[in-house]
Design a protein around this ligand. Sequence first.
Ligand SMILES: [Zn+2]
Length: 346
Amino acid sequence: MKKTIPLIFLLALTLNCLAQKKQMSKAFYQHDFDKALLLADEILKENPKDIDANLGAAKSWNGKIEYANAIPYLTIILENANEDWQFAWANIEMMKALYGLGQLQKAGEYYAKAKACEGTASSGKELKYYALLFGFDEYYSNWKTVESENIIFHFQDTSDTKRIQFTVKSRQEAFEKTTAYFGSTLPKKVDFFVWNTRQNYNEILKLNLGFSNSNYCVSHNRTGQSPGHELAHVISFWTNKDKKINHFINEGIAVCFDWNNNDKMAQAREAYKQSNFDLVKCWKGEAKYDNGILYPIAGAFIEYLKQIDNQKLLALNNDQSYENARLIYSDMLDIIIEQFYIKLRE
Ligand SMILES: [Zn+2]
């Protein structure tokens, strides 16, 4: 009888730990990184070398875009792991953390280490996704890299030197103008990929072009995109990485700061004619519109807000919700929207 007591106790402890890990995992997938970190720390207090808890903590810090904090947990895993899948995941997260910190060469070394692991189906999928996003994948071996002061360009079409020069100059200029407006500081140079296609859907990335992943300061662009749209996403994000993002306002900012030499209000009028656009419903996410309608109207709206008050627009960028706009503009908001509709109908 005496022997069964510690066994039951051990079993209870193990079950408790398993339940905690399950909760940690659930919190992580719900993007509740703070809760996942608390749960991971509880497990690590009992067992500092626990692989699952160290990995959960590292993934959560990477999710919170606080990459430097992920590294100590990953170092513990790499020093104590004994299974291939543990090395695979730790190397992937290390690659992401170092890339986010702008240590590209070191990140590339961890990509190679992760690739050398057999891993699991899901770690393989994760590695492929980030290798394509970051430019480590072998697919990019023939691409041309050009570095400017703030941007690392990756060109698929390496033949058109004049076009490359124009792209580098115009995007660097766009970067400087947009950064001057938002006053943001980026943690690394923007990796700016220029795919040699005008098509939206990209078969290799399995995503629509262009897009940006601001967490890692990466943009993937089609040929012929505006100089500043994708850069504006990344730059406006880094005024405050914990900001509340709203699709209507965020796309409006990117269109407003695309540095295309065009009449944004005229384009918005054209889009408005083709739709029954409801600005407030769109802003609140209660109505959905095609990008061809939403983008020009959102861009003209942000340009209008910019003309009214720069400081207020900067405040809106940090919390883009309609509720925050109410606080910033108070009763003026209704008048602003009304005036904007009048301009749209001109
Ligand atoms: Zn956009």
